[in-house]
Design a protein around this ligand. Structure first.
Ligand code: AGP
Length: 607
């Protein structure tokens, strides 16, 4: 998730762009850059926060009245100055661009453009945009951008300027946010309203599959075929804080609703036209076939995602797998060797217990794969392979979109290993891959039902205890759902294997206890229904997360939160969504600081 800012008008724009970037740093800040057009294009890029860029360009004025700026959250290509945006096309072309999102077919496009003689100078997916525009440019910048846009597949927004077009910014979006700020004799383009809200509150929203031509006189909206679209100008009355959260009341709520995007970007070009490619997994097919076991290490929410990975690695890759809490594992005497794959899951890539466990694993000769959300984090330096979730910056202390992104990466990894090891039927793999591809849409459908948790929160927000139950991949979801509630509502909560409840925790139940049960459609569904009967016999109140069509559960549960139907294993990525929304609704009723819960830190760098 990166930040784009553009300006075209009658004022010097350097300071306007830098200020706009600073207002978008919540979208990502591992590098930043600015391009200023004044007969030529002056481009400055720096690793680090926008302040580093500001220091580099200095306080002096710059005559440019056209420019682009960008703050990066790296997904493709390391955190380096050369990979920072804006990214030019070939030397002397006069084209430069900024991009947010994923170009899923960038490998194919890059190959073709290289064959056409283009010189690439970054290892990003974004650079193909600049060279595509250059390739199509014959004096008509609008047509060049339109043709380039129509060749791109993926989940993105981008903006382009050209040295010879001092009064135009071209931009386009497909699923990633882009908004136009309408001034008097000037026009802004940005990923989010905060970038220009101090200059104008008149906005025009760019919708999916639209191309925008911004000039000092305003913006023209086009379809991919070049037809003009009328777009009303709206007025926003957000305060600065609300604007930073895109209008959501908290960062966590924004991030809960960013999950379809985060899942889509995590899948990205890794699954394209049915082909599954995990660049960053530095194991060849022989090494994958020779793996004797997998150990997944993590803390907190990441541990819960790792638990799901364990089930699927056994199920699809038929490889003995275990998942352990990093702070426990590092003090065992683990039996691992060079045929062990250790997967360290950490969204921050800085959790000290996980980092220490990684070092311990490497000392034993294991191949260590880091699964993290932050390029350049410590975990990426202490590993042999790295796979990035692409959830974008997560500000809320309670993890949401990073969890679902981790789960999706577990799906892709387990499928990849199963396909290489020949342990998963090809037709089954094809079905699963197609359903993984559908997860962003299924997640959106699930989030759209969020209002159904409100009556549940109304009834139970003052409860003094919740119990969460699940079996199989429902158990990690029960654990994660319980953690969300604990973290942001401070309600004592327990989560247990549903089959284990009768061995003790059932003593906790009485006729006031709300019990959340993960009862999605899979081979243990009937067993879970029996467990629900046990809960009801104690008078407790059952809130079930179930799969559409399994209506019999309505005879047993007082509340049923249905998920769209998909493959049983993939339901886990959806089942957590209503539980995030339920925890949020309860915490909100309790009037708590949801983004900054007491006693918690976003990254735990102490033991
Ligand atoms: C998640 O909601 C918690 N904030 C916490 O458990 C977190 O998952 C844990 O500290 C691990 O963090 P990491 O993914 O950055 O390693």
């Amino acid at each position: 998730m990166c930040g784009i800012v553009g300006y075209v008008g009658d004022r010097e724009c350097k300071e306007l762009l830098l200020t706009g970037l600073e207002r978008l740093e919540y979208r990502g800040y591992d590098s930043a850059g600015i391009a200023l057009v004044n007969g030529s294009i002056d481009v400055t890029r720096r690793v680090g926060r926008v302040q580093m860029l500001r220091d580099a360009v200095g306080d002096g004025s710059h005559p440019a009245t056209l420019g682009l700026a960008h703050t990066r959250w790296a997904t493709h290509g390391g955190v380096t100055e050369s990979n920072a945006h804006p990214i030019e096309a070939c030397d002397g072309s006069g084209v430069t661009a900024v991009h947010n999102g994923i170009i899923e077919n960038y490998v194919q496009l890059r190959t073709r453009l290289l064959e056409q003689g283009h010189q690439f100078h970054t290892d990003t997916d974004s650079e193909v945009i600049s060279h595509l525009v250059e390739e199509h440019y014959d004096g008509d910048l609008v047509e060049a951008v339109r043709l380039a846009y129509n060749e791109l597949h993926g989940h993105f927004a981008f903006a382009v300027i050209h040295r010879d077009h001092p009064n135009e910014i071209l931009a386009a979006r497909r699923q990633c946010p882009l908004v136009v700020g309408v001034g008097d004799g000037e026009t802004f383009m940005a990923s989010a309203i905060p970038a220009f809200m101090s200059e104008t509150r008149r906005v025009q929203y760019v919708l999916d599959d639209e191309i925008v031509v911004a000039t000092p006189e305003g913006a023209t909206f086009l379809t991919g075929e070049g037809d003009v679209i009328e777009r009303p100008i709206e007025h926003v009355d957000w305060d600065e804080s609300a604007a930073e959260k895109q209008g959501y009341e908290t960062f966590m709520l924004k991030e809960i609703h960013e999950q379809p995007d985060a899942i889509a970007e995590t899948i990205g070009e890794r699954l394209y036209h049915g082909e599954l490619q995990l660049d960053g997994l530095n194991l060849d097919e022989q090494q994958i076939r020779e793996l004797s076991r997998v150990v997944i290490l993590a803390c907190g929410t990441a541990y819960h995602a790792g638990l799901i990975g364990r089930y699927l690695l056994e199920e699809w890759a038929r490889i003995p797998s275990e998942s352990d809490i990093a702070s426990e594992w590092r003090y065992r005497r683990p039996v691992i060797d060079e045929r062990t794959l250790v997967i360290a899951v950490s969204q921050s890539g800085e959790t000290i217990d996980t980092i220490a466990a990684m070092k311990e694993a490497r000392a034993h000769g294991a191949h260590v794969l880091a699964v993290t959300n932050v390029m350049g984090s410590q975990a990426t330096r202490d590993c042999d392979s790295v796979l990035y979730t692409r959830a974008g910056l997560e500000v809320g202390v309670a993890a949401s979109k990073t969890f679902t992104s981790q789960v999706v990466l577990m799906y892709l990894l387990a499928l990849k290993l199963g396909i290489v090891r020949g342990t998963i039927d090809a037709t089954r793999a094809e079905t699963l891959l197609a359903q993984v591809r559908a997860l962003p849409e299924l997640a959106q459908q699930t989030l759209d039902r969020g209002h159904l948790v409100e009556p549940i929160a109304d009834r139970f927000w003052e409860s003094e205890f919740f119990l969460y139950l699940g079996r199989y991949i429902g158990l990690p979801i029960a654990l994660e759902g319980a953690l969300k509630l604990k973290e942001i509502s401070y309600i004592p909560t327990d989560a247990y294997a549903a089959g284990e409840m009768k061995h003790g925790p059932i003593a906790l139940l009485d006729d006031s206890t709300p019990v959340v049960v993960i009862a999605t459609d899979n081979h243990v569904y009937e067993k879970v229904l029996s467990n629900i009967q046990e809960v009801r016999a104690r008078g407790a109140h059952v809130i079930a997360v179930a799969t559409e069509g399994n209506t019999r559960i309505e005879e047993l549960a007082e509340y049923v939160l249905y998920l769209p139907r998909t493959e049983p294993e993939l339901q886990a990525a959806l089942a957590i969504l209503p539980l995030q929304q339920l925890a949020y609704a309860i915490a909100k009723r309790r009037g708590l600081d949801i983004d900054k819960p007491r006693n918690l830190a976003k990254t735990v760098t102490v033991e």
